[in-house]
Write a protein that binds this ligand. Structure first.
Ligand SMILES: Nc1nc2c(ncn2[C@@H]2O[C@H](COP(=O)(O)OP(=O)(O)OP(=O)(O)O)[C@@H](O)[C@H]2O)c(=O)[nH]1
Ligand SMILES: [Mg+2]
Length: 232
């Protein structure tokens, strides 16, 4: 027999499906808009504090001004990350999601509005620093060309088991804070095995924003992807 709870649950599932399908349509519109302007879009996701902003600071220092880059950065509140990234000279748009219910991700319609603040004709690379969270950002397509994930050593090697979707939707995984390896019991081969079950094609790099290890390989990957997108 169907209970009141079953009915409520069905209604909730339908609402979530509708929200995701509206987002998927909006994301496709974003993708077309960015492609028309010749803008390559990279969506960077991770837990809070894994090192998204630190990685992007290092990245922008290395690739600008040769590659004209802009950033959309999402946080529930504050302009801390925008302030840190603006130092690189890149135009930065900060989105505070507490203005619209404290969303734990950047939805495609939010990216559309934020992109209005950027001179897309003068931009080759648009980087999205998503809100720190391993669940919702994986569900909401932004319209990016590539998705990158940063996992830091202190978070542990079991994260692909707990948050499989995030590891499935990313093209590259940067294993950051490798300098802290001696402090934590982190099994890199086990992590790689768990990730490859979900996503056999993903590229996995190790890095440290503290020592600079691995940052050149990461920026080389990014340069290749931008070059490749131009040829297509
Ligand atoms: N030891 C070490 N610390 C790092 C490394 N990368 C980042 N950190 C530190 O980790 C902390 C969080 O880094 P952020 O770059 O702010 O992380 P985030 O992912 O942008 O955080 P949110 O935007 O809040 O989700 C800062 O204190 C950084 O200095 C690293 O490779 N090694
Ligand atoms: Mg940040």
């Amino acid at each position: 027999m169907e209970t009141v709870n079953d009915k409520r649950r069905m209604r909730e599932i339908k609402v979530v499906e509708r929200v995701l399908s509206v987002n998927a349509r909006m994301a496709e519109q974003n993708r077309r808009r960015f492609a028309e302007k010749g803008v390559f879009v990279l969506n960077v996701m991770s837990s809070p504090g894994s090192g998204k902003t630190a990685t992007l600071q290092k990245t922008l220092e290395r690739i600008m001004p040769e590659i004209k880059a802009a950033v959309i950065v999402g946080d529930v509140s504050t302009t801390h990350d925008a302030d840190r990234l603006s130092v690189t000279g890149a135009p930065v748009v900060q989105v505070n999601t507490d203005a619209f219910g404290g969303d734990c991700h950047l939805a495609a319609h939010v990216i559309e509005k934020a992109a209005d603040e950027i001179d897309l004709a003068a931009t080759r690379l648009l980087i999205i620093e998503n809100v720190g969270n391993l669940v919702c950002p994986a569900e909401f397509d932004t319209g990016s060309n590539k998705n990158a994930m940063i996992l830091s050593i202190p978070e542990g090697d079991d994260k692909p088991l707990k948050y499989p979707l995030m590891f499935s939707v990313c093209d590259i995984l940067v294993l950051n804070k490798i300098d802290s390896m001696g402090i934590f019991d982190f099994d890199v081969p086990a992590l790689e095995r768990r990730v490859r079950v979900l996503n056999p094609g993903i590229l996995i790099l190790t890095a440290s924003c503290k020592t600079g290890e691995g940052i050149e390989r990461w920026t080389a990957w990014l340069r290749d992807e931008i070059r490749h997108s131009r040829q297509q």
